[in-house]
Design a protein around this ligand. Structure first.
Ligand SMILES: C[S@@+](CC[C@H](N)C(=O)[O-])C[C@H]1O[C@@H](n2cnc3c(N)ncnc32)[C@H](O)[C@@H]1O
Length: 297
């Protein structure tokens, strides 16, 4: 097994699959394949009449997911379900899936360990790399273009809105003064010099989060997915959403609550499910995970 696949630990694995309630002959969508940890679990619960449709807009992740799922299907032989992988943003799901045709949909938002741990992808302030942060490396502006070209005011608004950083104006001023910003280590130093040290997180955490959300249009993607999901799921089909920060979780919570009011969703998680102590010890990334599940009415 290659290194990234070996290292990867899917978050809230059992609980996510339990809520999906996988039927051997069902059709399931994993919107965020990543390294296919959850997808492998789904495939192993299905039979030859089942289908998995997987999305990831990161071409590298899609290739690795394919390697893993091909291997699992080979092992399952004639019992393997049909697997279709699509290298596009999940907001485009309606172009690939028929209305009311899905038995379950899983989305595990955010960055994968593959993306975060590779300095060259530019997601991490702990490793020095180019300021990139694009999940889909084929399109769109990089975070470097954003920090070097955006006006100070726009940058401040972005850091405030997507990073919930109270000192966004100070941070934006420091970034503009520090231009050109050419590496993640430089960007982290600039931000750290502009805000006081924090107890539990690196001072650049919020700014990096804001840039990543903006570059990948993450919140619009989630809104589009949740809207489409209501049309694509069959009655009684399951929706399982795992988010990693309050902006994502708020969208999921509000959308499910509003859907419940309109008779679209029956919400199965009154409060979000979080990882237990065992899991957070094994996988620190799971600490901030929140899972919400709903059934299509
Ligand atoms: C947290 S990882 C998923 C990990 C996966 N559940 C596993 O078990 O390996 C999130 C993945 O979703 C992808 N992703 C995030 N937003 C996306 C979007 N809007 N459209 C398609 N893929 C997206 C990322 O590229 C990343 O590979």
């Amino acid at each position: 097994m290659s290194q990234p696949l070996a290292r990867h630990v899917p978050v809230l694995f059992e609980v996510a699959l339990d809520f999906l309630s996988v039927r051997p002959d069902g059709t399931y969508v994993d919107c965020t394949l990543g390294l296919a940890g959850h997808a492998e679990g789904i495939v192993r619960r299905m039979g030859p009449a089942g289908s998995l449709i997987g999305f990831d807009r990161d071409p590298e992740a899609l290739d690795l997911a394919k390697v893993r799922l091909d291997r699992v299907c080979e092992e399952l032989g004639s019992q393997a379900p049909r697997v279709v992988l699509i290298g596009e943003a999940f907001s485009r799901i309606a172009g690939h899936v028929e209305p009311a045709s899905i038995d379950g949909l899983l989305a595990d938002f955010g960055v994968s360990s593959l993306q975060f741990d590779q300095a060259s992808r530019g997601f991490s302030f702990q490793a020095d790399g180019p300021v990139d942060m694009r999940m889909d490396t084929r399109t769109g502006p990089t975070a470097g273009q954003v920090v070097n070209e955006m006006s100070e005011r726009e940058l401040a608004n972005l850091i405030y809105e997507y990073g919930e950083e109270r000192r966004s104006r100070t941070v934006a001023r420091a970034i503009v003064r520090g231009r050109p910003v050419t590496s993640t280590a430089q960007l982290a130093r600039i931000v750290a010099s502009a805000v006081p040290p924090m107890k539990h997180i690196h001072p650049a955490t919020r700014t990096f989060q804001a840039l990543r959300i903006f570059v990948n249009q993450e919140l619009d993607e989630i809104r589009a997915l949740l809207e489409a999901a209501a049309k694509l799921l069959k009655p009684s089909a399951r929706l399982v959403i795992i988010s990693f920060h309050s902006l994502e979780d708020r969208i999921a919570k509000d959308s499910l609550r509003e859907g419940a009011r309109q008779g679209i969703w029956n919400v199965l998680t009154r409060k979000p499910v979080t990882a237990g102590e065992d899991e957070t010890e094994r996988n620190p990334r799971s600490r901030s995970a929140k899972l919400r599940a709903a059934e299509r009415q």
